[in-house]
Design a protein around this ligand. Structure first.
Ligand code: SAM
Length: 290
């Protein structure tokens, strides 16, 4: 398997008329690469994984909300006889294609494609990925196929958010998959201001022994570090501009750069002083230099 994959012919697996279906070559490549014994697809859709696994003689479990299994509420592991070697997800790309009330049944509020906001979509995605991870055996693979979205002038890249959500050391590959034969691809895009989206991502993670609590703890630490770095960058930019300046001038410039957001942080002046002390030179009382 390579980090760029392209299958102009989706192959004979699954229902090609199920909107948003993927090429079975994706699952086939994953199986050839990792040789799983138990493969689980938690968004089975038109049954692409089911057909690939049947053809390759791989034990398979397929779940989908259309059959009543909701990965945001139902524990995946509970629905298996043992932790899986590979757990695959191919969720809705936010609201790009509606599933319940469109591809099957009545509109269902549990449907991942019916999230009202992108934040809700991400929150459900985090549960999906964690649930997927918990159902994967130690050393096994959990993987997700997801694309970028451009809607009402906004660009969203869930793959970047998915990567941020999961343990850094478990990410093993970000594979680019070229998209072919999409409905939107048949339109004319001559007048588009920004490039047309022609690819999606296959994110591959390898599960370690870390518990969910450890994973959440590590993520909280990462966030703390990121906040500290944001302050460091902000003060660095201010000092770049001012060169040498009094604390009062530095506060003023920080306020200008950070804007109204600062008001929500009552201890921001202390944070500025702390960052100056750690990374800049105190040339005389109350005066700092880059
Ligand atoms: C992009 S499609 C998967 C297509 C599939 N890979 C194929 O080749 O046909 C996403 C699927 O996720 C299902 N789904 C949406 N919300 C879900 C949820 N909360 N739990 C489980 N499945 C969900 C939809 O019913 C839909 O079948």
């Amino acid at each position: 398997m390579r980090s760029v994959i392209s299958f102009p012919d989706r192959g004979h697996w699954g229902n090609r008329n199920y909107r948003g279906n993927c090429s079975g070559h994706v699952q086939k490549s994953l199986i050839e690469q990792y040789q799983p014994r138990l493969f689980v697809d938690i968004c089975e859709g038109g049954g692409t994984s089911k057909d690939v696994c049947a053809e390759m003689g791989i034990e398979y479990v397929g779940l989908d909300l259309r059959h009543g299994q909701d990965y945001t509420r139902d524990d995946i592991l509970n629905q298996l006889t043992r932790p899986a070697d590979m757990v695959f997800s191919h969720p809705a790309y936010h609201t790009a294609i509606l599933y319940s009330g469109n591809m099957w049944g009545e509109a269902d509020p549990r449907d991942h494609s019916r999230c009202e906001t992108y934040e809700e979509f991400l929150e459900k995605s985090r549960v999906m990925l964690s649930n997927q991870r918990e159902a994967t055996k130690e050393g096994g693979i959990y993987t997700s196929l997801i694309g970028d979205i451009r809607k009402n002038g906004e660009f969203y890249s869930p793959q970047a958010d998915f990567i941020r959500m999961m343990p850094r050391n478990e990410l093993k590959s970000v594979t680019i998959k070229m998209q072919h034969n999409t409905w939107s691809g048949s339109k004319s895009y001559n007048k588009m201001k920004h490039p047309y989206i022609d690819h999606e991502y296959l994110l591959i993670f390898e599960r370690t022994a870390k518990t969910l609590i450890q994973v959440s703890w590590d993520k909280a630490l990462e966030l703390k570090r990121e906040i500290a770095q944001t302050w460091r960058t902000l003060i660095r930019l201010v000092m770049m501009k001012l060169g040498e300046a009094s604390l009062a001038k530095i506060y003023k410039e920080v306020e200008l750069l950070a804007g109204p957001k600062l008001a929500s942080n009552p201890s921001w002046k202390a944070k500025v002083r702390q960052t100056l002390q750690m990374h800049h030179n105190n040339v005389q009382r109350g005066v700092w230099a880059a």
